[in-house]
Design a protein around this ligand. Structure first.
Ligand code: GDP
Length: 300
């Protein structure tokens, strides 16, 4: 956890530091509040959440007579955690242990980190003593299947892949079929992420889900969003949400140039819990999302 904190705080503590600096300066006039608002907005924390945070801070600073730097920090921590809606926090569903594989579909637009996330998740499960099969159903991006096969080898998972350009649903079907036969604990299906047209996506993803459901229940549909794309990620999420029942969000690239504020918007606007965060390209750079730890990292 300390290592993850380090990763987050290096890139994002500017938000925490900025807020602590502004709030700690005392004598908060209207200009200071405008600066606080701007700091929140610039960090990708949308308008509605920003208003919510500022209102709470203004009210509680006065009603509680907050003065010292430590009190300011504690109040800011409390308000930021509340704004992350910690009551929504969920982990990836526990895998059933009944001889049937858990089936997880990993969906999202190309480039968001879908394949990498699938590999990292396999690593977590294998490290936990589970047998895992990876389905390379992203048959449109030329390198995706090779990339997933490399992950499979690296983490000790089986992989099922089709020919380039094969029907993604056919590959997903074969992967789940093989997973059921081999009695693996989990099948993770990396799906294609073309978002040319909503109908195309709807047909493709809908079909993947339907054929998979012929053989096993789908336990999770994880939507991968790139945190560096800000508002755009939210738009993508809405489109995907109309096509499949997304059960959780994986927010990737929080280690990079992401402002991180998008986390505040995702749960609130989408009503879907952020379950995992991606903190780098390495195999161990996937962590459960914990509001408290996240805010602590922001505040440095
Ligand atoms: P896909 O097209 O959605 O399957 O995307 P990939 O899994 O190929 O990832 C696209 C790029 O993002 C690759 O260079 C990954 O190494 C990188 N990437 C994925 N997740 C993360 C992350 O959490 N942090 C960083 N910094 N890079 C990531």
């Amino acid at each position: 956890l300390e290592r993850l904190r380090g990763k987050l705080s290096r890139s994002q503590s500017t938000l925490g530091k900025g807020l602590l600096g502004l709030l700690g300066a005392g004598n908060l006039d209207e200009d200071s509040w405008t600066d606080i608002e701007d700091t929140l907005l610039m960090a990708d924390i949308g308008a509605a959440t920003t208003t919510e945070i500022v209102d709470k801070l203004r009210e509680r600073l006065v009603s509680r007579g907050v003065r010292s730097a430590a009190e300011v920090r504690a109040l800011l921590r409390e308000v930021l955690i509340e704004s992350l809606h910690p009551e929504m926090t969920r982990s990836v569903r526990a895998l059933p242990n009944n001889g049937n594989p858990a089936v997880l579909l990993v969906v999202g637009v190309n480039g968001t980190g879908k394949t990498t996330t699938t590999g990292k998740l396999a690593r977590v499960l294998v490290a936990d003593g589970r047998t895992v099969l990876l389905g390379a159903a992203d048959t449109f991006r030329a390198a995706a299947a090779d990339q997933l096969a490399t992950w499979a080898e690296r983490v000790g998972a089986e992989v099922v892949r089709g020919k380039e350009g094969a029907d993604p649903a056919a590959v997903a079907f074969d992967a789940v079929k093989r997973g059921v036969e081999a009695k693996v604990d989990a099948v993770l299906v990396d799906t294609a992420g073309r978002l040319h047209t909503k109908t195309g996506l709807m047909d493709e993803l809908g079909k993947v889900k339907r054929v998979v459901e012929k053989q096993a229940e789908v336990d999770e549909v994880l939507l991968v969003l790139d945190a560096t794309t800000g508002q755009n990620g939210l738009t993508q999420a809405r489109v995907f949400g109309e096509v499949v029942d997304v059960t959780g969000i994986v927010l990737t690239k929080l280690d990079g140039t992401a402002k991180g504020g998008i986390v505040f918007q995702v749960q609130r606007e989408l009503g879907v819990p952020v379950k995992l965060v991606g903190l780098g390209e390495g195999a161990d750079d996937l962590a459960p999302f914990e509001p408290g730890a996240f805010v602590d990292a922001l505040l440095g």
